[in-house]
Ligand binder design. Structure first.
Ligand SMILES: *Cc1c(COP(=O)(O)O)cnc(C)c1O
Length: 433
């Protein structure tokens, strides 16, 4: 029964939620009640009590053009009237074909085939399976994988295995396949990492997987295109397949359409999701080179890529991706990306005046920094909860990764909204002095 006075009040919805729902990445015993969101518009979310929140993390990095975008909504509504879903083995449809064609025109030119799945983790799983089976099909099996420390590639088992080992993965370590790790080549560490890479990149490495230029969940750790380029070259010299996990960095976040656009040497496989549909639907994509695709062609059925999901290439999801791409490639969005980046750069200078702020870094629309008040930098740093609550009370949704604060706004975020957020961040910093 719904309550009679305020049938969808925050309290009512929170209570019902608590009774039946288990939330992601959430310690259910100590977590505060979830905030019921009833609507969104642009960069603003509205809760059941009418409170507003500026979504400065693009709802976990997926939203590009703002919430409930009318153009995406219209395209989805049209598609729903025509075809909601169809099996994707032995059948195909226009939205999937058109999306693949258009993705291949904007991705690095060595990418020639598109494989659909549902989310970022599956896009990574598919890339790994393509890489391993590529070597298997060639009759030259390779079993080693090189990844970066602090990497995050998703929460399914293969994706966890190639991620850095952390509190997130510790219960599962006995079940994860071994990976050789390179430290992340952050500024100042490049030579040491390249040194180690010379040892690790041997001719038996099947794949090298990275989040190019920005490690998201690891704490918005950033490194330079030049060193990544060198690592890619080293991997390639040994025939190792390069997997760029652009699930977070894709679709303009780093100031270019893809992080791979910042580097000369191109990956063999690319995983995409999150911003792919502008944050409207779950969809994942793995793209690959012709050479990888060709290694699966055979009259021998055992060389098939035996992988697929019920909702592979869902037409509604593909349509949202097409609509999102229209918006992304529009001149005004490209201008907005540069505008947000410029605002961040200016704010960085303000941030630099605080003695508690360390390690300010930016790549395109992504700005991150650490608050250092004694405790070591870590996901469990207690500054996290304090900052989260402080910003939320002032109507700004940020989700610090430990003491790493970052902003990843939708591209429609206005200068006023950015400035308001910056001001609240400064107020928070002042609370330490
Ligand atoms: C979020 C993320 C994933 C996992 O995507 P999901 O859709 O959450 O499964 C994989 N890789 C990177 C780099 C991510 O940021």
């Amino acid at each position: 029964m719904l309550s009679e006075t305020t049938p969808t009040s925050s309290q009512n919805l929170s209570d019902r939620d608590k009774a039946v729902i288990w939330h992601p990445f959430t310690q259910m015993q100590t977590a505060p009640s979830p905030i019921p969101i009833v609507r969104g518009k642009g960069s603003v979310l509205y809760d059941a009590d009418g409170r507003e929140y500026l979504d400065m993390i693009s709802s976990w990095w997926v939203n590009l053009h703002g919430h409930a975008h009318p153009y995406i909504a219209q395209r989805v509504a049209e598609q729903l009237q025509v075809l909601e879903h169809v099996i994707f083995a032995d059948f195909t449809h226009q939205p999937a074909i058109e999306l693949a064609e258009r993705l291949l025109t904007i991705l690095p030119q060595n990418q020639t085939k598109v494989f659909y799945s549902d989310n970022g983790s599956t896009a990574v799983e598919v890339a790994l399976k393509m890489a391993f089976q590529y070597w298997h099909n060639l009759g030259l099996p390779r079993y080693k994988v090189v990844a970066l420390e602090d990497a995050y590639h998703g929460d399914t088992f293969g994706a966890m295995a190639v991620g850095g080992r952390s509190a997130f993965t510790s219960p599962f370590v006995p079940f994860l396949f071994d990976v050789d790790y390179l430290p992340t080549p952050v500024p100042g560490q490049e030579d040491a990492v390249l040194q180690k890479a010379r040892e690790l990149f041997t001719a038996d490495v099947a794949a090298f997987i990275v989040e190019p230029l920005v490690q998201g969940s690891g704490g918005m750790i950033m490194y330079e295109p030049s060193v990544l380029n060198e690592l890619f070259q080293m991997a390639r010299q040994n025939g190792t397949l390069i997997i760029a996990d652009e699930v977070m960095t894709g679709f303009g976040r780093t100031g270019k359409l893809f992080a791979s656009d910042h580097i000369e040497e191109k990956p063999d496989l690319i995983s995409l999701s999150k911003g792919l549909t502008g944050g409207t639907m779950a969809l994942g994509v793995t793209t690959c080179t012709q050479a990888i695709y060709d290694a699966f062609l055979s009259t021998d059925k055992s060389k098939t890529l035996f992988h697929g999901h019920s909702f592979t290439a869902n037409p509604i999801a593909c349509t949202t991706a097409l609509a999102s791409m229209d918006l992304l490639l529009a001149a005004e969005t490209q201008t907005a990306i540069q505008r947000i980046a410029a605002n961040h750069t200016e704010f960085s200078q303000r941030l630099a005046t605080y003695t508690t702020v360390r390690n300010i870094r930016q790549r395109g629309t992504l700005l991150a920094f650490e608050i250092n008040v004694g405790e070591a930098t870590s996901y469990f740093n207690t500054v996290r909860d304090r900052a989260y609550r402080f910003m939320l009370e002032r109507g700004v949704l940020m989700r610090p990764l430990g003491n790493v604060l970052y902003m990843m706004p939708p591209y429609c975020t206005t200068n006023e909204q950015l400035q308001y957020t910056y001001d609240q961040v400064e107020d928070f910093l002042k609370s330490f002095s």
